[in-house]
Ligand binder design. Structure first.
Ligand code: NAI
Ligand code: MG
Length: 515
């Protein structure tokens, strides 16, 4: 068998598998090679020798068996990250040198789009065109954004009272623990490692058990870009074992988590019960998308459809409550139904496919349970409502109307292709109703009226408001939630403070005339 595409791109990471790799049924030249844990610059087996399968959501078949890290491996990885932080060279390098590593990494991401997008789609089920044309460019963009920040992080000179020279310096916080989900495996990898590395931190990252493959490959590229060993360690494994060990580790200085609000509560508790490490949380959402009475209905239908169905509905920011003004409601629901029926669902590797399978059987069953609950609670199912085909985890694009706030489908994060449409009459009413969930991640507003857009965007208790657009995730725009959607912000300049300590240095002066 010929060596796969990944072989021969350099062996900067020692121990990198030289096997022929696991063949991709779609493109046999692109194979899975990185399946071990990455600790201290080496690909290694887990201490227990255990592995776990990762599945192809198109079929439910096993793609590869991946080393399963648990508490002992997390400990090994944290020790490596600690040593790399305390002894350098990473935090002690010039910021410019660090930025060059990140810029080279971004170039390698661009060069390997095909391999990375293939791994992402194979492991996750999202359309290949989305992986290759939307997500990979966003991923290298965010790495370049933070590469640009590395040498622009600095403190202040402060004119305090008294004969004192006062400076602040910004130091990397130390070893960052990062736990990421499966819905955007590589994008979440980039959102986490980009700012932490720019600030000079070292990292132990735990990928999601459903999608371990792309993070391992990206980490290999980062080492090829010149990252010193031990600076980024990647441990694949499960939440209650590897994830919990990371959140509660005494030598981890900061924790960043993306996932469900329920697990967010657990990791916050583990962090506080161990060493009080600061925690940032990007959690779930139940975001309203508000279609005002002046809306161009065709455009509003298209955007509301995208806001909910993008990525199989598996987005924390999904516009999962579509509020439509009564004047345009009936026309809107007819067209929303037609658009959902037109949605192309199928093998995510096929050109033109908009929707692939859900990630796994657990999510698939959860979504079907919510669809049943919607029907039982009296919402009107106007299209979809069932699985598609008999193999893999495909679900029909589903639309409910007559949805009320007290229904579970209007309160819980379904995380699937299920649109809930609610009718409203006036502004005060829609503001009150849109704010009536425990979440506060994002909102969409569709209107041509500046005053309406302004009022709604200020009244909604959410971290992001998109006006006449949705899911604009530019690297420079901060992202995060109000209420149970999270704590802190990622992306943009705001994210840097998550990975920095501010140190005040106060020096007594002999000549107080010059302060
Ligand atoms: P999850 O929140 O349990 O998993 C996210 C990450 O946390 C994974 O890496 C997982 O291994 C880890 N984790 C799980 N339990 C842990 C623990 N006890 N300690 C430390 N880490 C732990 O989410 P899951 O089970 O994959 O999906 C459940 C629901 O969560 C979804 O249906 C969806 O509603 C929501 N979700 C939200 C996401 C978002 O982007 N906000 C992403 C993924 C899921
Ligand atoms: Mg998988």
């Amino acid at each position: 068998m010929l060596p796969g595409r990944f072989c021969g791109v350099g062996r900067v990471v020692s121990g990198y598998s030289t096997s022929t790799g696991i063949e991709n049924p779609i493109n046999p030249s692109i194979k899975v090679h990185c399946t071990q844990l990455l600790i201290n610059g080496n690909f290694v087996d887990s201490a227990s020798g255990k592995t776990f399968p990762t599945y192809d959501p198109r079929t439910g078949d096993v793609i590869a068996h991946v080393a399963e890290g648990d508490a002992e491996d997390i400990d090994r990885a944290v020790c490596a990250a600690r040593k790399a932080f305390d002894e350098g060279p990473w935090p002690k390098m010039t910021a410019y040198e660090r930025s060059k590593v990140l810029f080279r990494f971004a170039d390698l991401l661009d060069k390997h789009i095909e391999e990375l997008a293939t791994l992402e789609t194979w492991d996750n089920g999202k359309p290949y065109e989305q992986s290759a044309k939307i997500e990979l460019p966003m991923i290298s963009r965010i790495i370049r954004y933070y590469a640009g920040w590395a040498d622009k992080i600095h403190g202040l000179t402060i004119p305090a009272d008294g004969p004192h020279l006062v400076q602040t310096i910004h130091e990397p916080i130390g070893v960052a623990g990062q736990i990421i989900p499966w819905n955007f495996p590589l994008l979440m990898f980039a959102w986490k490692v980009g700012p932490a590395l720019a600030c000079g931190c070292t990292i132990v990252l735990k990928s999601a058990e459903q999608t371990p493959l792309s993070a391992l490959y990206a980490a290999k590229l980062l080492h090829e870009a010149g990252l010193p060993p031990g600076v980024l360690n990647v441990v694949s494994g499960f939440g209650p074992t590897a994830g919990a060990a990371l959140a509660s580790h005494m030598d981890v200085d900061k924790l960043a988590f993306t996932g469900s609000s329920e697990t967010g509560k657990i990791v916050l508790e583990l962090a506080s019960k161990s060493n009080l490490k600061p925690v940032t949380l990007e959690l779930g959402g139940k975001s309203p998308f508000i279609v005002c009475k002046d809306a161009d209905v065709d455009k509003a239908v298209e955007l509301a459809h995208f806001a909910l169905f993008f990525n199989q509905g598996q987005c924390c920011s999904a516009g999962s409550r579509t509020y439509v003004h009564e004047d345009v409601h009936d026309e809107f629901i007819e067209k929303a139904k037609a658009r959902a029926l037109k949605r192309s669902v199928g093998d995510p590797f096929k050109a033109g496919v908009e929707q692939g399978p859900q990630i796994d059987s657990e999510q698939f069953e959860k979504i079907l349970r919510y669809i049943r609950s919607g029907i039982e609670s009296g919402a009107t199912l106007i299209t979809g409502g069932d699985r598609l085909g008999s193999k893999g985890f495909y679900i029909q694009p589903t639309v409910f109307t007559n949805v009320k706030e007290d229904m579970l489908i209007a309160q819980d994060e379904i995380f699937g292709p299920v649109q809930s449409i609610l009718k409203f009459r006036d502004m005060d009413e829609v503001i009150r109703r849109a704010n009536s969930t425990r979440y506060g991640l994002a909102a969409g507003v569709f209107t041509n009226d500046l005053d309406t857009a302004n009022t709604l965007s200020r009244a909604l208790k959410v971290g992001t408001v998109w006006i006449n657009c949705y899911d604009v995730f530019d690297a420079a725009i901060p992202f995060g939630g109000y209420k149970m959607s999270g704590q802190g912000r990622e992306k943009g300049v705001h994210c840097l403070s998550n990975y920095l300590q501010v140190k005040a240095i106060v020096a007594s002066l002999k000549n107080p005339a010059w302060i």
